[in-house]
Design a protein around this ligand. Structure first.
Ligand code: PLP
Length: 447
């Protein structure tokens, strides 16, 4: 007898993944029928025409097929050949062999230096794991944290559905907390306290809080004060923090900057909560989603727990080696004075300028549509507009009906969510002209 639907895992059946759910399935059907579909359900820049960075692809080509160094050296800048040789020497056996489970040490050391340079903080290369995209790292840590059906993890609403799907898959409870739309989608302590209290009242043992910064789908960029508040909250309740920082290069407004949780923890000398930070080569200006490169770095994790993380990672042997090499290319870009630098800098600028242009174009365009309002897109790659109209109603100037309920508001969101309770804040109205003028000024001054 073949495998039966009724016999498969309950948690697999319960898992929902909206980013690749029914709307995408319907789009695929229409595509098969010959319709042209532009998939905007997930940040997949190269599927929308973004070219890969030459530096990345040169290194990957040379590492995948080292014979090119002799067969066609004229195709590659000298620094790319030198760097590819260094990567290959670091792997010892090339990209076709398993690496150690944490990932190639030489590449982890480069990641550690990248974090040191970014945050001016010490990093232990053995607290870094190279992963198949950030997703696998997030799943490893959720797997570790969820020890039974009462265990819960706090997840932002609106969220990126990796979190809800994985928590369900691992048999835990998602504890939704709402982001404060009126305050640029930052986190609010009363909203966090409220979500935690509700979960505890329902018997949930809350283990951790996930934070996405810059936010998907909100585009919010958290400042140091907001991150400090989250750290205080986690400390007060003994929660681990999962800091999803895959959009750290995607910041569009002058005056905003990426602040890592690792830096804030270090500066506050916080030692009593564990932090897991995630990064990826899928976003930023690389957009190498298909390469599946990522890493996580942990802090304040006792040795016996660290050994279990290593064991978990060992079950799948190691992350894919081309993805690991791509992480090296990401954290060790050409420096000024190197032959590849001018091309690298020009390509990087072009991609970031294009993304910023799209962020401005999209938010301004949405705000011009009657009945729709959209917060400023400060970072990441998404717009999260609202339309405060009734179910099924049509906005006069647009041909489509509204389709997502949120109390009395309606969301048109790229990443869909199903909060267990409606948010308590009032539905937002169209941003006042003064706010739009302020955004325009900030965008203009950040060009
Ligand atoms: C917030 C967030 N985290 C993680 C991921 C997944 O990244 P990766 O491709 O590295 O698995 C995405 C992808 O869109 C994302 O938006």
């Amino acid at each position: 007898m073949t495998i039966q639907f009724a016999d498969i895992s309950r948690s697999v059946l319960a898992t929902e993944y909206a980013v690749r759910g029914p709307i995408v399935a319907r789009a695929a059907e229409l595509e098969k029928q010959g319709r042209e579909i532009i998939y905007c359900n997930i940040g997949n820049p190269q599927s929308l025409g973004q070219a890969p960075l030459s530096w990345n692809r040169q290194l990957l080509a040379l590492c995948e097929y080292p014979a090119l160094m002799d067969l066609a050296p004229q195709l590659f800048p000298a620094d790319a050949i030198e760097t590819a040789k260094a990567i290959l020497a670091g792997t010892k056996h090339g990209l076709g062999a398993y690496s150690e489970s944490r990932g190639v040490r030489f590449i982890r050391e480069a990641v550690a230096e990248f974090i040191l340079e970014r945050d001016q903080i010490g990093v232990d290369p053995d607290a870094i794991f190279l992963t198949d995209g950030a997703s696998k790292g997030v799943q490893t840590i959720l797997r570790l944290l969820l020890s039974g059906p009462l265990d819960g993890v706090m997840v932002p609403i609106p969220q990126y559905p990796l979190y809800s799907a994985s928590i369900t898959l691992y048999g835990g409870r998602m504890v939704p907390y709402f982001l404060d739309e009126a305050n640029g989608w930052k986190l609010s302590r009363p909203m966090l306290d409220d979500a935690l209290a509700q979960a505890q009242a329902a018997g949930t043992r809350v283990r951790a809080i996930c934070v996405i910064n810059p936010g998907n789908p909100t585009g919010a960029v958290l400042d140091e004060a907001n991150i400090g508040m989250i750290v205080d909250f986690a400390q007060a309740h003994g929660l681990s923090i999962l800091a999803d920082e895959v959009y750290q290069e995607n910041i569009f407004l002058a005056g905003d900057e990426f602040v890592s949780f690792a830096k804030v923890l270090h500066e506050r000398e916080v030692k009593d909560i564990s932090l897991f930070s995630f990064h990826s080569c899928s976003k930023g200006f690389l957009g190498e989603c298909g390469v599946r490169g990522g890493y996580f770095e942990y802090r304040n994790v006792p040795e016996d727990v660290a050994a279990q993380i290593l064991k978990l990672q060992s079950v799948c042997l190691c992350a894919n080696l081309p993805g690991q090499a791509a992480m090296y290319a990401m954290v060790r870009p050409p420096k000024p004075g190197m032959p590849s630098y001018p091309q690298y800098a020009a390509e990087r600028k072009n991609i970031l300028d294009t993304l910023k242009h799209r962020a401005i174009f999209l938010a301004e365009g949405l705000n011009k549509i009657e009945g729709i309002s959209c917060n400023i897109i400060a970072g990441a790659m998404y717009a999260f507009p609202v339309s405060p109209c009734r179910l099924g109603a049509r906005i006069r100037s647009t041909p489509w009906p509204c389709w997502r309920p949120r109390a009395s508001a309606w969301y048109l969101a790229p990443a869909s969510v199903r909060p267990s309770a409606p948010p308590t804040s009032a539905p937002p109205s169209c941003p006042p002209p003064s706010r739009l003028r302020r955004w325009s000024r900030r965008w203009a001054s950040s060009t």
